[in-house]
Design a protein around this ligand. Structure first.
Ligand SMILES: [Zn+2]
Length: 301
């Protein structure tokens, strides 16, 4: 597999990352003036897409919109620097800068349509801008913070604390019992849209402990042999989704109806049928989700 052992779509960015602990202001200023540098605009997390491809523009395009900001350095590939630019200040996507070049496509749609390398780069940019958007004040003293020179950290002018992007760890678990796996559906999903169960890791907890707790809290299922498989950065919630597979002690389910609309066991033959294009009374999660990758790893190891 080209991407090594991690099959997840928001993983495996082809960019070489730049050390964000060092001051990169000179490098960023120089590369933003370099017309070979590339910029991907995002409006409220959705990338500019043109002709079925992510619209990476020459950094020279930024000069047409000198007030466009903030810009985040994402990394380097083939000697070219890659930046994300956040054009979210526009009230609507078709009023945003560069809208004449393409369309700002919902990232969930784009993730199913664009090349995987592009998705990883765009996911990184969305993740960063979402983190900036929700961390405008210093967690130490409460003052308004500034974006760091490379867009990869925030700096407090009052107490000089540097704030680096905070990842929210999530354990997502595919529980197995013989030839069936446990799938659940949240209240915000229509009937049939099931997925593996997941939850945020709490203070003082390991991801494995979180996996056991979530399965028991949400579905009353006790699991053993919790095995880590792979992870995926999830730009929609600034999370790191850590994927596990585990063995359930039984198929008894007690659904916490505050958390889930339903939970059920789905047999491997039915999953293989849906993967093969047949219809059943459920849909598998899209390929860019780690839940889908856990399911595929289980049925086609
Ligand atoms: Zn501060």
């Amino acid at each position: 597999m080209k991407h090594g052992q991690n099959p997840n779509w928001f993983a495996n960015s082809p960019l070489l990352r730049i050390n964000i602990e060092e001051d990169q202001s000179a490098f960023v200023a120089e590369r933003l003036k370099d017309p070979d540098s590339l910029v991907i605009p995002l409006w409220r997390g959705d990338p500019l897409v043109s002709g079925g491809k992510a619209a990476f523009l020459s950094a020279a395009a930024l000069s047409e919109f000198p007030k466009v900001a903030p810009v985040a350095l994402l990394g380097v590939m083939d000697g070219k620097a890659y930046f994300g630019v956040d054009v979210s200040a526009a009230p609507a996507p078709d009023a945003a800068p560069f809208a004449d070049i393409g369309e700002y496509m919902n990232l969930r749609m784009a993730a199913g349509a664009l090349p995987r390398d592009d998705i990883a780069i765009i996911g990184h940019a969305r993740w960063l801008f979402e983190w900036h958007r929700t961390h405008l004040h210093c967690a130490n003293c409460g003052a308004a913070t500034d974006t760091g020179p490379s867009g990869a950290k925030r700096i407090c002018p009052a107490c000089e604390t540097e704030h680096f992007p905070r990842t929210n760890p999530v354990a997502i678990v595919l529980a197995i019992h013989d030839d069936a796996c446990l799938m659940g559906r949240g209240h915000n999903f229509p009937p049939g849209f099931v997925s593996a169960l997941a939850g945020f890791v709490e203070a003082g907890e390991t991801p494995e402990e979180c996996a056991r707790r979530e399965l028991f809290e949400e579905a009353g299922v006790v699991i053993d042999n919790v095995q880590y498989l792979f992870s995926q950065p999830w730009p929609f919630t600034c999370s790191l989704m850590m994927g596990f597979i585990a063995e359930a002690q039984s198929r008894d389910i007690t659904v916490d109806t505050d958390e889930l609309a339903e939970a059920r066991w789905i047999g491997k033959p039915d999953i293989l049928a849906v993967l093969g294009g047949e219809e059943r009374d459920f849909f598998l999660p899209p390929k860019f989700t780690i839940a889908r990758q856990l399911i595929e790893r289980w049925v086609r190891p």
